[in-house]
Design a protein around this ligand. Structure first.
Ligand code: UDP
Length: 323
C-alpha cells in the first residue's frame, strides 16, 4: 500500500471499516469510505471526517458506485451486517449486500483495474466438520437456516470473486475473518462480546446461550486490520483465514469478562439459537507463511481495551476488578 494510492472501503463507517480507514490514512492513502449507515455509524469516523485524504460517501453497495469511485486502485469490501441478531432481522438486505454488492464492486474492479479484497468469514465453514478450520475445508452450512442469508451470501460472494478472477482476470483476494472484536462495537450489536461487556458493566447477569460449551476464537480488531492490509498488499488470492487461534468457550468468555470488569453479576442461561456453530478456531498456517501475519493481542488485553471503550461510550463506570 503506497502513499497517495486511491482506496475504496465499503462499510467504511462500520466497526471494522472505520479502524481500517484510520490505518489506511496513516499509511498515506487517499481513502473513500462508502456506507449506507444501516449498521455503521458516522460517529466512528468523526475524528477523521476533517482529514484531507478521507472522503465519506453515503451510499448503498448494491447500487452502482459513485462516479468518484472510478479509478481507485484498491477496494476493501466490508459492507455487510455481521451480527447474527442484526442480519437475521434483515435477511434480504444481508444476502443482497453480499451478492449484489460484490457484483457491483467486481464490475468496478474490472473497469478500474483495481484489486478487490473481500471480507469473507469463518461462517463459510458453518458447523465445521474439521477442527481447526483450514482454507481447503468445504464447509457444512444449512442453506435454508436462519444464518443462510449471511453464510450463503458470503459463500456466493467467494464464488463470484473466483469466477471473475478465472474468466476475466480480475485481481481479487479473500480473507476469512473469525469473530473480530474491539472498541467501536455497537453496544446494541447483539454479538457475544458486546452483550457480555454491556451486561457486566450494568451489573446485569451475562446471557449465556445453551450450556456455554460452544467455542469461538476472538481476534482483536487491530490484528484483523493488519491482516487485511497485508493480504491486500500481497497480491495473493487466498482464501486466507485471519483469526486468533486462542479458542475459548462461551462459559470461559463470560468468566473472563467478569474478571476484566470486576463484575459479580453472574450468568443466566438462555436457549441456544438454531444452527449455532459448536466449535470454531482458525488454522492460520497460510497467513503465517504467506503474509508473515500472526495476531499480537491476547484475549485479556483485547477485552481490557474494549471494556475501557464501553465504559466511556455508555458513560457507566460500573464495577472494577480488585487491585
Ligand atoms: N452468545 C451467548 N450470549 C449472547 C450472545 C451470543 O452465549 O448474549 C453465544 C452464541 O450462541 C454463539 C457465540 O456466543 O455461540 C458467538 O455468538 P455471536 O453472536 O457473537 O457470533 P457468531 O460467532 O455466532 O456469528
Amino acid at each position: 500500500m503506497r502513499p497517495g494510492e486511491r482506496v475504496l472501503v465499503t462499510g467504511g463507517a462500520g466497526f471494522l471499516g472505520s479502524h481500517l480507514c484510520e490505518q489506511l490514512l496513516a499509511l498515506g492513502c487517499e481513502v473513500m469510505a462508502l456506507d449506507d449507515l444501516s449498521s455503521g455509524d458516522l460517529q466512528h469516523l468523526a475524528p477523521l471526517l476533517e482529514h484531507p485524504r478521507l472522503r465519506f460517501v453515503h451510499g448503498d453497495v448494491c447500487l452502482p458506485p459513485p462516479p468518484e469511485a472510478e479509478g481507485v486502485s484498491r477496494i476493501f469490501n466490508l459492507a455487510c451486517p455481521a451480527s447474527p441478531a442484526l442480519y437475521q432481522r434483515q435477511p434480504v438486505q444481508t444476502v443482497l449486500a453480499s451478492v449484489l454488492g460484490v457484483w457491483q464492486l467486481l464490475e468496478l474492479a474490472r473497469r478500474s483495474g483495481a484489486r478487490l479484497l473481500q471480507a469473507s468469514t469463518s461462517e463459510v465453514y458453518g458447523d465445521a466438520l474439521r477442527h481447526p478450520q483450514q482454507e481447503e475445508d468445504w464447509g457444512h452450512v444449512n442453506p435454508v437456516g436462519p444464518r443462510a442469508c449471511y453464510d450463503e451470501g458470503k459463500r456466493c460472494a467467494e464464488a463470484m470473486l473466483l469466477s471473475y478472477a478465472q474468466q476475466l482476470g480480475t485481481d481479487v483476494g479473500i480473507a476469512r475473518l473469525f469473530n473480530t472484536y474491539g472498541p467501536r462495537l455497537n453496544p446494541g450489536d447483539g454479538r457475544v462480546v458486546c452483550n457480555f461487556i454491556v451486561q457486566a458493566l450494568r451489573g446485569e447477569p451475562l446471557t449465556l446461550y445453551g450450556n456455554g460449551t460452544q467455542t469461538r476464537s476472538f481476534c482483536y480488531v487491530d490484528d484483523t486490520v493488519r491482516g487485511l492490509i497485508a493480504l491486500m498488499a500481497s497480491g495473493l488470492r487466498g482464501p486466507v483465514n485471519l483469526g486468533n487461534p486462542e479458542e475459548c468457550s462461551m462459559a470461559t468468555l463470560a468468566a473472563r469478562v467478569q474478571a476484566v470488569t470486576g463484575s459479580a453479576s453472574g450468568v443466566v442461561c438462555r436457549p441456544l439459537p438454531p444452527d449455532d456453530p459448536r466449535r470454531r478456531r482458525p488454522d492460520i498456517r497460510l497467513a503465517r507463511q504467506w503474509l508473515g501475519w500472526t495476531p499480537q493481542v491476547d484475549l485479556d488485553t483485547g477485552l481490557r481495551r474494549t471494556v475501557d471503550y464501553f465504559r466511556a461510550r455508555l458513560g457507566v463506570d460500573g464495577p472494577r476488578p480488585a487491585p
